[in-house]
Design a protein around this ligand. Structure first.
Ligand code: IPM
Ligand code: MG
Length: 370
């Protein structure tokens, strides 16, 4: 199987996108990304957008966070645009019915093993980062997270009572060699397109899974002599990300470590509300979603930051449809509205133009049209 980060240009005449807005702020932020995509129609982009219930909304509609018709639509679509899932209303449900299960299952069902989470600092937001501006100025790193393996999916898992009558919970951290190989390939290919530095993050001093991980990554490296490969323990990586984040170019890591490190990296860029993501399969297909959650506390108030979702739509044009120019136009529009001073509450600073979710969407629409 040849895994390619960017494939040949999209040749279908209509781009079919399944829109799974989900819960909490999901619907309002996805609406802004849809507006921006619709504004791109002027470039001759033919979009067919089809909504479907997902997450808690899927549970409400069909008693299942990933209802069969939603999965079918996602399979038939060229790409999937997601909002976010989850909320207190669903917290007491059994694990398999919880909204999070919808996102985990769709990743697995569609084989979306490569999760790209770029942490890019827009210079206008340097002051919004929790780190000193000079530490993050010019920051541009890519976290590549394996998304369909590891302790998230390893079997056996469950609950039991041990011989002393105590309750136990257990999960299995597990990676097969082909799973490591294909994500490592993507890591090296991504590095080749960037600054040719790849840092593989593991816990090789403790875990068998990580020992295999490191061995396989080193083996894949033989095909990429121009990439400078380094290895780092995950605890050190967590520390280095806040000590000197600019030392990184591409970080490749497993599902669990990637989950944690990508949240950490998002704060370097000012707000988790800025971090987009792409989850790709071995072909053109992808699921695009902000890296943040459903923020039920601010849902429906028109204050959430839609930029991570809008930037996820840009990633969709880049990776699934291979429309680099159109992707860059959306990214440039986001940069422009930030330069114009538009800020949602999470990135607000004094003397800026505080706007709500839909006004931010409108501002980006106006900027892509120019
Ligand atoms: C993420 C989220 C998910 C994950 C949750 C919602 C299951 O935190 O996409 O990072 O852990 O992968
Ligand atoms: Mg996460």
């Amino acid at each position: 199987m040849a895994v390619q980060l960017v494939n040949s240009p999209f040749t279908g005449s209509i781009m079919k996108i399944a829109v799974l807005a989900g819960d909490g702020i999901g619907p309002e932020i996805v609406a802004q990304a849809v507006k921006v995509l619709a504004a791109m129609k002027h470039d001759g982009l033919k979009l067919e957008l089809e909504p479907a219930p997902f997450g808690g909304a899927g549970y409400d509609a069909h008693g299942d966070p990933l209802p069969e018709p939603t999965l079918k639509l996602a399979r038939q679509a060229d790409a999937v645009l997601c909002g976010a899932v989850g909320g207190p209303k669903y917290d007491a449900l059994p694990r398999l019915q919880r909204p999070e299960q919808g996102i985990l299952r769709i990743r697995k069902e569609l084989g979306l093993f490569a999760n790209l989470r770029p942490a890019l600092l827009f210079e206008e937001l340097a002051g919004a980062s929790s780190l000193k501006p000079e530490l993050v100025a010019g920051l541009d790193i890519l976290i590549l997270r394996e998304l369909t393996g590891d302790i998230y999916f390893g079997e056996p898992r469950g609950r039991r009572t041990n011989s002393r009558g105590e309750r136990e919970g257990y999960d299995t951290m597990l990676y097969s060699e082909p799973e490591i190989r294909r994500i490592a390939e993507i890591g090296f290919q991504a590095a080749m397109k960037r600054n040719r530095k790849l840092c593989s993050v593991d816990k090789e001093n403790v875990l068998e899974t990580s020992r295999l991980w490191r061995e396989v990554v080193k083996d894949v490296a033989k095909n990429y002599p121009h990439v400078e490969l380094s290895h780092m323990y995950v605890d050190n990586a967590a520390m280095q990300l806040v000590r000197n984040p600019k030392q990184f170019d591409v970080i490749v890591t497993g599902n669990m470590f990637g989950d944690i490190l990508s949240d950490e990296a998002s704060m370097l860029t000012g707000s988790i509300g800025m971090l987009p993501s792409a989850s790709l399969d071995a072909g053109n297909k992808g699921l695009y979603e902000p890296a943040h959650g459903s923020a039920p506390d601010i849902a429906g108030k028109n204050i959430a930051n839609p930029l991570a979702t809008i930037l996820s739509a840009a990633m969709m044009l880049r990776y699934t449809f291979n429309l680099e120019e159109a992707a860059q136009r959306i990214e440039a529009a986001v940069k422009k509205v930030l330069a114009q001073g538009y800020r949602t509450a999470d990135i607000y600073a004094t003397e800026m133009r505080r706007v709500g979710t839909s006004e931010m969407g409108d501002a980006v629409v106006a900027a892509v049209r120019q």
